[in-house]
Write a protein that binds this ligand. Structure first.
Ligand code: PTJ
Length: 259
């Protein structure tokens, strides 16, 4: 990345690519994660590589939903750790600190690599050092979600299994649906408004992960400062996901037809 100047118009995108490649080389990211990232880049290009207005509304509703949750859990996989580990830690620290590692291509080797990455002091994250964070899903994934046949169904009892709200960056549609069937609220971050995850989730934030995680954290801090009642927060959670997804598709189609 030192070869790419910060003034490069696609600097951020190239920086993220570099992070994903590094994570693949260190064994944190699955091979399939490289493909998933490429798919995300395509959609990001189509939405203009900025957070759409409708995503800002989804972020606000999600922030309120996470604040109201009794047991909110942030589910992370190889891609989200590669791209935004510290930002996810900062977000978890504003909630109950629970982050659950949940991999589609689950291997013991990858789990251990991810655990080491979180534990490394060099992460320099004050929230992690101050013990505000609990990493679940590696040594304690001994509950099985109903209707999920693949390894993403293995979850922690203190985490996803008993969570009322689960934030899922880069989810697969099967599990998003199964989480909803378990009675949970699912907040997805997915650049593809057509994905099953996007369609099935309670709230879908159609935005790039590294852009929107800090925005959710900022929104939570702002809402906390406003000392709102639960009723007021509840009103903020009102969000029509189908309508929002249609708006994103319109944004993309307008962009394609006016270029
Ligand atoms: O759990 P792991 O680490 O073993 O890996 C699982 C992967 C990521 C390989 C698996 O979940 C997968 O194949 O994902 P999909 O089905 O390709 O879905 C990934 C979705 O995330 C796609 O809809 C992409 O558009 C979207 N996406 C990719 N990168 C980003 C993104 N959304 C937001 N921000 C991104 N940076």
């Amino acid at each position: 990345m030192s070869m790419v100047p910060e003034s490069h118009p696609r600097y951020k995108s190239l920086l993220n690519r570099g992070k994903v490649v590094d994570a693949f080389e260190s064994g944190v990211l699955a091979k399939g994660g490289l493909i998933a990232h490429g798919r995300g880049e395509t959609y990001d290009y189509l939405i203009g590589e900025t957070t759409p207005k409708v995503a800002k509304e989804a972020i606000k509703a999600s922030a309120a939903m996470l604040m109201l949750a009794k047991n909110p859990v942030i589910s992370v996989n190889g891609n989200s750790i590669a791209l935004a580990k510290d930002e996810l830690i900062d977000l978890a620290a504003e909630l109950n600190g629970k982050i659950e590692v949940n991999l589609f291509y689950r291997t013991e080797e990858r789990e251990q690599k991810i655990k080491e990455l979180f534990e490394k002091n060099e992460s320099n994250n004050e929230n992690y050092k101050n013990n505000k964070i609990t990493i679940l899903g590696i040594d304690d994934a001994n509950k099985q979600m109903p209707n999920v046949d693949h390894l993403r169904g293995k979850v922690s009892e203190a985490g996803i299994y008993t969570a009322d709200v689960v934030l899922v960056p880069l989810e697969d549609g099967d599990r998003a649906e199964a989480l909803i069937e378990m009675g949970k609220k699912v907040i997805a971050i997915d650049l593809n408004p057509l994905s099953r995850t996007a369609q099935k989730s309670t709230i879908t934030i159609v935005d790039e992960l590294t852009r929107c995680i800090p925005l959710i954290t900022k929104e939570i801090i702002t809402l906390k400062q406003q000392n709102l009642s639960n009723e007021e927060l509840n009103q903020i959670t009102e969000f029509d996901n189908n309508k929002a997804l249609k708006e994103v598709l319109k944004l993309i189609s307008d962009k394609l037809t006016t270029q």
